[in-house]
Write a protein that binds this ligand. Structure first.
Ligand code: NAI
Length: 215
C-alpha cells in the first residue's frame, strides 16, 4: 500500500458507515459519539475512530460526529456526490430485477438496457426500452456511460467485457459467474451472491449443527 493510500478494508467498511449515517440523518439525529455509533453498528468505537482518522477524523473530542457532515464527506470519498450513468447488459431475470431497483438513490442513473434476444424488442423496464446489443456502439458514442452492469451468462461475459474495455468502458459491475480479469485501469466488482449464502451456510452449521430438526 502506498503512503497516504487508504486500505481496502477501510474502503469496504465505508458504505456501511454511509448507510447507518443516512438512517440517522433520516431520523433527525444531529450528532453521534463514536461510542453510540459503535453500539448501533456492532463494531468497536476505536475501530470507528481509526477508520475515520484516515480521512482527517471528522469528529470533535467530546462532541461526537456531526451526522450530516460525516454522511456527506463519506459520500464524497465514495464518489457518490456525482451521478454515474449506468447501463445493464443482459435483460433476463437478474438484469430486469436490477433495472427495477432504484440505484439512483446512491447516484447510479440507469440510461440503457441491452440484450441479444429479439423477444425483448419493444419491452421496457421502468420506462427504459430494452435495446438490441448491436446498437450498443452507437449508444456509447452518443451517451457517456460510466458503469456497465453485466448480467449475462458466463460464456459471453468474458468476450463482452473485453469488447467493452476496447470501447472505453472503465467500470464493470459483474454478476456473471466468473471473475473478470481486465487491465488495471478498469475497475471491476465481481458480485457473487452465492458466496454470501455459502458463508451463511457455514455459520448456520457452526452454530446449530447439534440441534434436532422437526421433519
Ligand atoms: P437469464 O437467462 O434470465 O438472463 C440472461 C440474459 O442474458 C438473457 O436475456 C440473454 O438473452 C442475455 N444474453 C446472453 N448473451 C448475451 C450477450 N452476449 N449480450 C447481451 N445479452 C446476452 O439469466 P439470469 O437469471 O438473469 O442470470 C444471468 C446471469 O447471472 C447467469 O449467468 C447467472 O448464473 C448469473 N447470476 C449471478 C448471480 C450473482 O450473484 N452473481 C445471481 C443470479 C444469477
Amino acid at each position: 500500500m502506498r503512503k497516504g493510500e487508504i486500505s481496502k478494508a477501510v474502503i469496504r467498511r465505508l458504505p456501511r458507515y454511509y448507510r447507518y449515517l443516512g438512517e440517522l440523518l433520516q431520523n433527525g439525529v444531529v450528532r453521534i459519539s463514536s461510542k453510540e455509533l459503535s453500539e448501533r453498528m456492532k463494531v468497536t468505537a476505536s475501530q470507528i475512530r481509526q477508520d475515520l482518522n484516515n480521512f482527517g477524523g471528522f469528529g470533535q473530542q467530546g462532541y461526537g460526529y456531526n451526522v450530516e457532515y460525516l454522511h456527506e464527506e463519506i459520500g464524497k470519498i465514495l464518489g457518490l456526490d456525482v451521478t454515474h450513468n449506468m447501463i445493464i447488459i443482459g435483460a433476463g431475470n437478474l438484469g430486469q430485477a436490477l433495472a427495477n431497483y432504484n440505484f439512483e438513490k446512491v447516484g447510479f442513473h440507469l440510461i440503457g438496457i441491452f440484450d441479444i434476444n429479439p423477444r425483448f424488442e419493444g419491452v421496457s423496464v421502468r420506462g427504459i426500452a430494452i435495446q438490441m446489443l448491436d446498437t450498443l456502439e452507437d449508444f456509447l458514442s452518443e451517451h457517456k456511460v460510466d458503469v456497465v452492469t453485466l448480467t449475462v451468462p458466463k460464456r459471453p461475459a468474458v468476450d463482452l467485457a473485453h469488447h467493452l474495455v476496447d470501447l472505453g468502458i472503465k467500470a464493470i459491475w459483474n454478476f456473471a459467474p466468473t471473475d473478470l480479469n481486465l487491465s488495471e485501469d478498469v475497475c471491476v466488482k465481481n458480485v457473487h451472491l452465492n458466496e454470501s449464502l455459502m458463508t451463511l451456510s457455514y455459520e448456520y452449521r457452526a452454530k446449530h449443527s447439534g440441534e434436532a430438526r422437526d421433519e
